[in-house]
Design a protein around this ligand. Structure first.
Ligand code: 13P
Length: 344
């Protein structure tokens, strides 16, 4: 790919800023169905106004920028405004939090591959990215989903998803937008940690092969992978340190040193476990590896706050305290200074 010198420097600067100073990313880019599902579970009405209110609660949390370098938004949110009339993008930018955007169109069943999914959203992506760049968004996210099960994932599913991730990443860089490349191997299932390792290794090899083939600038992207964990329903649940070691062993085998940062997804782990595992990874490996070991958590940062907020104005202050607390826990985990007492 032919990138101008200006775009190359811009991509590198943004990618580095996204993982600088022990901060991490806040994923608040739930699509309509995902956000509505989380609201419905708590009896919160599934309206555009409440989605806006919820996200205003998040971005107006005092001290958010102490731990959060960037926030991933959903298309609906970037067209909404805070109560005082400021756009979400301006509010974040004024607060020195880099605004980003989810650009994938979600997953659908992959034809001819029962139980497997492919991510959609490449149609018109170039035009959408041009608009996003104009609006001031500096990075983007595309999530591919790999399911572990009997006879799956297939090579076909891994390759199709890897190719789409690389096409998305190349299009982003053309517009000066840093792509977060997110190939998520799901935690659901009875599979062992070894199986998660094996599948993630294969997925990351395939993804980086495609990124190379399609000329993506590795210095100007962020990888957002799963940690190497046993399936949620697996009998054997390895210790936090074992998860940390397996995760880094897998990443060392697959992720080129040119990538500036790895920002883990939380994937449905509890807030405490996600922070404890990120902490162990940094205790054991911080400053010994070529990449920053950061976070891009959605549920692990938001869930306690959402449980308190419940769609009610009177709960905003308490919800913001919970949100702030989770961000501080993860800043500590980035430094390898998180401990259980922080959650008491
Ligand atoms: P979780 O941390 O809740 O997995 O969300 C991260 C994300 O952005 C998924 O695409």
């Amino acid at each position: 790919m032919i990138l101008s010198e200006i775009n190359i420097q811009k991509l590198i600067d943004t990618a580095q800023a996204m993982v600088a100073d022990n901060k991490g990313l806040l994923a608040m880019d739930e699509s309509y169905p995902t956000c509505n599902k989380r609201f419905a579970k708590l009896g919160i009405p599934e309206t555009a106004e409440l989605r806006r209110d919820y996200r205003e609660m998040i971005v107006t949390t005092a001290g958010l920028n102490e731990s959060i370098s960037g926030a991933i938004l959903f298309d609906e949110t970037i067209r909404q405004h805070l109560m005082d009339g400021t756009s979400f993008i301006k509010s974040l930018t004024d607060n020195r939090i880099i605004p980003g955007i989810k650009v994938d169109g979600g997953t659908v069943l992959m034809a001819g591959h029962p139980g497997e999914k492919i991510t959609e959203g490449l149609d018109n992506l170039r035009d959408r990215l041009k608009e996003y760049a104009k609006m001031g968004l500096k990075f983007a996210k595309w999530r591919a989903v790999i399911t572990i099960g009997k006879g799956i994932p297939t090579q076909a599913c891994i390759e199709a998803n890897a190719q789409a991730l690389a096409r998305y990443a190349a299009l982003c860089q053309e517009e000066g937008i840093v792509p977060i490349v997110e190939p998520e191997v799901l935690m659901d299932g009875e599979h062992t940690m070894e199986r998660c390792f094996e599948v993630t290794e294969q997925v990351l090899h395939t993804v980086f092969n495609q990124l190379y083939t399609q000329g993506v600038l590795l210095e100007g992207m962020i990888l957002k992978p799963n940690m190497i964990v046993p399936g949620l329903a697996c009998e054997k649940q390895e210790s936090i340190d074992e998860v940390a070691d397996a995760t880094i062993k897998c990443l060392l085998r697959t992720v080129p040193a040119a990538v500036p940062g790895i920002a883990f997804l939380s994937g449905g782990q509890s807030s405490e476990l996600a922070s404890a595992r990120l902490n162990a990874i940094n205790v054991r490996f911080k400053n010994k590896l070529p990449w920053e070991l950061s976070f891009s958590f959605g549920r692990a940062i938001q869930q306690p706050a959402l449980d308190i907020w419940l769609g009610k104005e009177k709960n905003v202050t308490e919800a913001q305290k919970a949100l702030y607390h989770q961000t501080v826990c993860n800043l500590a985990a980035r430094r390898g200074e998180f401990n259980d007492k922080m959650n008491k």
